[in-house]
Design a protein around this ligand. Structure first.
Ligand SMILES: Cc1cc2nc3c(=O)[nH]c(=O)nc-3n(C[C@H](O)[C@H](O)[C@H](O)COP(=O)(O)OP(=O)(O)OC[C@H]3O[C@@H](n4cnc5c(N)ncnc54)[C@H](O)[C@@H]3O)c2cc1C
Length: 409
């Protein structure tokens, strides 16, 4: 993709971030509490995000993508999350799907789906996790059986973001041998006969987007719905996660920065023991540490983004390190911002508790933070010269997805 992304100047980048900030300030932030309380999925706001070019941020331009670098992308997600981390996180998942179809799809698939996704006229879903296979994603059991010119898909996908709202689902299903090499990816339309959705999960956070099981009961799709080659589905799914992890990490940065800004304001206003909290050195130390931790996390996220932009062979490891570090730091900073608000931090009126709830899941999905450690450790301890599945072939975009293939949704 390096030959197709736009390298922005500092001025262009500032203009892009300014437009995203205005969108977050006007379209996301004012309604975040209501969306959280009423569990509203903001279709209209998402369509406006599409008009702004946020439906295919790192998708090529031919079918409406914005073709920005991952370095610009993470800066965009940080700004979006300052407005509403739950909506920003859904935009991330949608972008993963648009990118997968643009990168691995043939011309017909790209023409059919990518323009609608980049415009956010339609939404996307990413279906890897199953009830019996989360971290151990290479062990999925959803099957896709060839029947004449079709495949027939049967199984259950668990925890699917945007389920019931999406027009297209990238579904990873088993077409062959056990393990990663027997998995293929399929484009399943949201209205396919046999496709249905379980009830929305009742969650701690992320109320602005539905999370539901996706049930495939003999869903028949034409062979032309196969994304990439048979047996490449796991590699495709993993390569999309590099970007997804960076975006989620950036969403943690944005949510936490917002909470820290509120805390800084609050400690100036709140008087205790005859002076504003801000006068106390222990408070000053706390906000200094919070800012420092976020800055360190931001640098790691930028490093991961640079690794993907440069197709670095260690991109997967650097993205995993950034995801683990930034989502831990983001949750910790938001939680400390809540503590600095005392009892008021626990009230919905202040918005901090919502952000804490929203950021908590970032430590779990797109690969748990334990799995991020597994990826880093395996990469460090891998015998020199041993090749990963992705390095044995595939596109340059796949190769930039690196190794650590065993687990990770
Ligand atoms: C709100 C939400 C939205 C989601 N959206 C999507 C989506 O759109 N699409 C999708 O495909 N999935 C989605 N997921 C699924 C998510 O990716 C999984 O929940 C995650 O990968 C963990 O899988 P699991 O829940 O099965 O936990 P498990 O894999 O069962 O893990 C349980 C615990 O064991 C730990 N663990 C597991 N294996 C190891 C190991 N080898 N070493 C050390 N520790 C280990 C884990 O870190 C975790 O702490 C979503 C999840 C949530 C909560």
């Amino acid at each position: 993709m390096s030959d197709t992304i736009t390298i922005t100047t500092a001025e262009e980048r500032e203009a892009i971030i300014g437009a995203v900030r205005e969108f977050a300030d006007t379209e996301l932030a004012p309604f975040a509490a209501e969306r959280d309380e009423k569990h509203l999925f903001p279709r209209e706001s998402l369509r406006k995000a599409g008009e702004l070019g946020l439906g295919g941020i790192y998708v090529r331009e031919e079918f409406g993508g914005t073709a920005l670098s991952r370095t610009d992308t993470v800066a965009i997600f940080e700004e979006l999350a300052k407005g509403d981390p739950a909506v920003a996180a859904y935009i991330s998942i949608h972008n993963m799907v648009a990118w997968m179809i643009d990168t691995y799809g043939d011309e017909t698939q790209r023409a059919q789906w990518v323009p609608q996704l980049t415009a956010m006229q339609e939404f996307g879903g990413y279906c890897l996790t199953e009830p019996g296979a989360g971290s151990d994603a290479a062990n999925i059991t959803t099957s896709a059986v060839r029947d004449g010119d079709d495949y027939v898909l049967t199984g259950v996908k668990q925890f699917i973001s945007g389920a019931g709202e999406a027009a297209v689902y990238v579904v990873m299903a088993r077409t062959g041998e056990p393990g990663a090499r027997g998995i293929s990816a399929f484009l399943v339309p949201g209205d396919a006969p046999g496709l249905s959705f379980g009830p929305p999960e009742k969650k701690m956070g992320w109320h602005a987007q539905p999370t539901r099981p996706v049930i495939l009961d003999g869903v028949r799709v034409p062979a032309s719905a196969l994304l990439g080659a048979e047996g490449r589905g796991f590699a495709i799914a993993m390569s999309a996660l590099n970007g997804g992890r960076l975006n989620i990490a950036a969403c943690s940065l944005g949510g936490a920065q917002w909470a820290l800004d509120r805390a800084v304001q609050y400690v100036h206003e709140r008087v205790a023991f005859g002076e504003p909290l801000a006068e106390k050195q222990s408070i000053l130390f706390q906000v200094a540490d919070m800012r420092t931790d976020l800055q360190a996390a931001r640098l790691m996220v930028s490093d991961g983004a640079r690794a993907v932009d440069e197709h670095s062979p260690d991109a997967t490891m650097r993205c995993a390190m950034a995801k683990r570090f930034a989502t831990d730091a983001g949750f910790d900073v938001a939680n400390r911002a809540l503590q600095l608000h005392g009892g008021y931090g626990y009230l919905q009126d202040y918005g901090i508790e919502r952000v804490v709830r929203d950021l908590r899941v970032h430590q779990i999905l797109e690969g748990t933070n334990e799995i991020m450690r597994l990826i880093v450790g395996r990469e460090m301890l891998r015998p020199s010269g041993s090749a990963s599945l992705q390095r044995s072939g595939g596109s340059s975009a796949e190769r930039s997805g690196g190794s650590a293939m065993r687990s990770a949704s």
